[in-house]
Design a protein around this ligand. Structure first.
Ligand code: GLP
Length: 245
């Protein structure tokens, strides 16, 4: 796992946005795997800026988001779909038909998860997967557990993760869904290239376990150690608990 430490969160976000822009320049029909969350906001703002400057063309790209809450329609402003529309998709030139999400309201969850896996295959796989990490070491909504799911599945959220998502629900933990649909570990690990970005001291413990701890389902992000082209981009605060050497 290649580690890069940036001075400030904004520097990491700018580098991630530039990485996407270069990916789109070199391979305009790229398939991008995208996260939501506070960490991704800086990346998306910078990508919009690059797009407006003519340096990021999404016209042939496809995107696949990592996860979505169960029970929320895509039109619900608290859904991850709405988050992405607001912060990225409405602000760049991606054709709406190229934007792909898990449907948190699907009646047949198994069929929906299978549809997503097949879609990823039909698109030729994910070229570049951007990731955030939960303070408990989750990626997507693959929560720490005794066993992990390889493929796209329905996930039960921990209280800690629901709390972290509460700001989307006016701070009301009760309103945060208890379940989500998420790409699985193998789905994520099959991406050709992965860049995980983490900023802030609240992520420092998870980062240390992800990078320097054993590969374990108790820290789902630690599985990135097995990927050939996985990188971790941090600011100084998130790197604060890494041991030297
Ligand atoms: C959320 C999402 C993850 C995201 C993570 C970090 O629960 N499901 O995909 O990467 O938590 O979010 P943040 O960047 O807001 O800390």
């Amino acid at each position: 796992m290649k580690l890069t430490i940036f001075e400030r969160p904004a520097d990491a976000a700018a580098a991630a946005a530039t990485l996407v822009a270069v990916q789109l320049r070199d391979q305009p029909a790229s398939v991008l795997g995208l996260p939501t969350g506070r960490t991704s906001l800086g990346i998306y703002d910078e990508l919009v800026r690059l797009h407006e400057a003519g340096a990021a063309d999404f016209s042939r790209a496809h995107t696949l988001n990592l996860d979505e809450f169960v029970g929320l329609p895509s039109t619900d402003r608290r859904s991850y779909c709405a988050f992405m529309q607001t912060h990225l998709f409405r602000r760049v030139n991606i054709p709406p038909a190229h934007v792909h999400f898990l449907d948190g309201r699907a009646a047949d969850v198994e069929a929906e998860c299978l549809r997503y896996e097949r879609l990823i295959d039909q698109l030729g796989g994910i070229d570049l997967q951007l990731l955030g990490v939960g303070a408990n070491g989750h990626i997507g909504f693959n929560e720490p557990a005794r066993t992990l799911h390889a493929r796209t599945h329905r996930a039960r959220l921990t209280v800690r993760t629901r709390r972290a998502n509460a700001p989307l629900f006016r701070g009301r933990l009760r309103e945060v869904p208890r379940e989500a649909l998420s790409m699985g570990m193998a789905t994520i690990l099959h991406a050709r290239r992965i860049v995980l970005m983490a900023t802030g001291a609240s992520k420092a413990a998870a980062v240390a376990r992800m990078v320097q701890g054993p590969v374990t389902p108790r820290v789902p992000a630690s599985f990135l150690q097995l990927h050939r082209h996985a990188e971790v981009w941090l600011d100084r605060a998130a790197a604060g608990r890494l041991k030297d050497g």
